[in-house]
Design a protein around this ligand. Structure first.
Ligand SMILES: Cc1cc2nc3c(=O)[nH]c(=O)nc-3n(C[C@H](O)[C@H](O)[C@H](O)COP(=O)(O)OP(=O)(O)OC[C@H]3O[C@@H](n4cnc5c(N)ncnc54)[C@H](O)[C@@H]3O)c2cc1C
Length: 403
């Protein structure tokens, strides 16, 4: 019987489904419905061993992994699925002064920051100028659009439902993008809808706006304009540089993604496969170029590689990967989303939002999680805007607020 070892370096032994992105965690506060323990996922599989540990390096010639606890792990075949991380593109101090949105901890920290800013402004309104209640989102892709949409809702709810003494006129959510439209990769109809909806809901959408510098006090655009903001959220893309994948000295392409063969193995080391965000996964099926860094690509490439390993063990040759594009979607807020089905129509508004909800429910791991999220969503919809807006860790509201 073949034996599979799965390594994970995350915050806990919880597999976090990133499909939903930041708004679900940040607004609902509780991570457990969107996270599922890896041990439980594989609990009934007798030939899978889970080990919680960080891989610090790999000797591909010796077929050994080095772990941070000083131990080594030998392998016959290796699947590298170490993902990507936030990309700062050399912008000075962006890493230090912005909030990335990649891990569950990132989402919780951001949520605390936003709620902390609101509480501080409520307690000491005279001390606050516009910058303290300005929330800048850098990057107008799905993550930035979803975050900006969730932020205006959270601000609205906090003022109206939680009766925070904040003048809504003094809160700003600014969405910056260097391109001339939001949601690059979506159709023009979807892009226009997203922009109009965000503007209607109160987001300042600033296109053709490139961030050149970030400080504790805000961002400077290439035009020279400063936007004063205590909270800057970084949603402008990901890179493999800085992750395990980039440390192996293997040939890589844009964003540091590792180059792979059509079957997703490495040319120099056919016993090593790379999947998901870490790889420049080829589209396959006669199409040129790599797949986008999306969850369906990670899921399909992982499944493909599992099958190829079984084929090899059965003495068969491996097959080329062929991506099945089912479409892309982004939510903007309550009853507003775009769902662009592959070769199909673009669903907008309530219909797009329902499509988005159903898909994300389906992809949550575990029946209990689906049920809990469904009940939460239904409750919040009927009792809008219910739900606890808890600060769930030590408060760290940033030095800009102390001015
Ligand atoms: C905020 C946000 C929102 C997103 N929203 C969507 C969306 O709506 N739809 C969509 O399709 N895609 C979305 N994505 C993209 C999607 O999350 C990724 O494409 C997908 O998670 C990639 O899966 P992966 O397995 O390759 O990498 P990851 O999900 O990043 O998993 C990598 C794993 O490797 C582990 N690891 C890393 N280094 C080591 C090491 N050295 N040792 C041991 N373990 C290690 C990590 O702990 C992690 O568990 C979103 C991404 C983000 C950041």
């Amino acid at each position: 019987m073949a034996s599979f070892i799965s390594l994970h370096a995350g915050e806990s032994t919880a597999g976090v489904l990133r499909f939903r992105g930041p708004p679900l965690v940040s607004l609902y506060g509780r991570p457990d419905p969107v996270a599922y323990p890896v041990r439980t996922i594989f609990g009934s599989s007798p030939n899978i061993t889970f080990r919680h540990g960080k891989v610090t390096g790999a000797d591909l010639n010796a077929r050994k992994l080095a772990l941070s606890d000083g131990t080594q792990l030998a392998y016959d075949q290796l699947v590298l699925a170490s993902g990507a991380t936030a990309g700062y593109y050399g912008i000075p101090d962006a890493r230090e002064y912005t909030h990335p949105l990649y891990t569950l901890s990132d989402a919780r920290r951001l949520r605390n920051q936003v709620l902390g800013c609101l509480e501080a402004a409520d307690a000491r309104p005279a001390d606050f100028d516009g910058g303290a209640l300005t929330f800048v989102v850098v990057g107008g892709g799905p993550t930035g659009v979803e975050t900006a949409g969730a932020l205006v809702e959270l601000l609205d709810v906090s003022v109206h439902r939680d009766r925070l003494r904040i003048d809504p006129q003094r809160t700003r959510v600014v969405l910056l993008d260097a391109g001339d439209s939001l949601l690059a990769g979506f159709t023009a109809v979807a892009r226009r809808y997203a922009e109009q909806t965000l503007r209607t809901r109160g987001v300042e959408v600033r296109l053709s706006s490139t961030v050149e510098e970030v400080t504790a006090y805000g961002v400077r655009l290439s035009s020279g304009e400063w936007i004063k903001a205590a909270t800057v959220i970084w949603a402008s893309g990901v890179t493999v540089n800085g992750t395990l994948g980039a440390s192996l000295g293997l040939p890589s392409g844009p964003g540091g993604r590792l180059g792979v063969q059509p079957d997703l193995s490495l040319a120099e080391h056919p016993e090593v496969f790379v999947v998901g965000d870490a790889a420049a996964v080829p589209l396959g099926g006669g199409r040129s170029g790599p797949c986008p860094q999306l969850a369906p690509v990670a899921i399909q490439s992982g499944t493909h590689v599992g099958r190829q390993i079984l084929r090899r063990m059965a003495g068969d040759t491996t097959e080329a990967f062929n991506y099945r594009d089912k479409g892309i979607m982004a939510t903007i807020g309550r009853r507003a989303a775009v769902a662009q089905l592959w070769r199909g129509p673009v669903l907008r508004g309530t219909l797009g939002w329902l499509a988005w909800l159903v898909l994300h429910l389906v992809y949550l791991v575990g029946f209990r999680n689906r049920l809990v999220v469904l009940v939460n969503w239904a409750w919040r919809y009927l009792d809008w805007p219910s739900g606890p807006r808890l600060i769930v860790a030590d408060l760290d509201v940033g030095s800009a607020l102390d001015d």
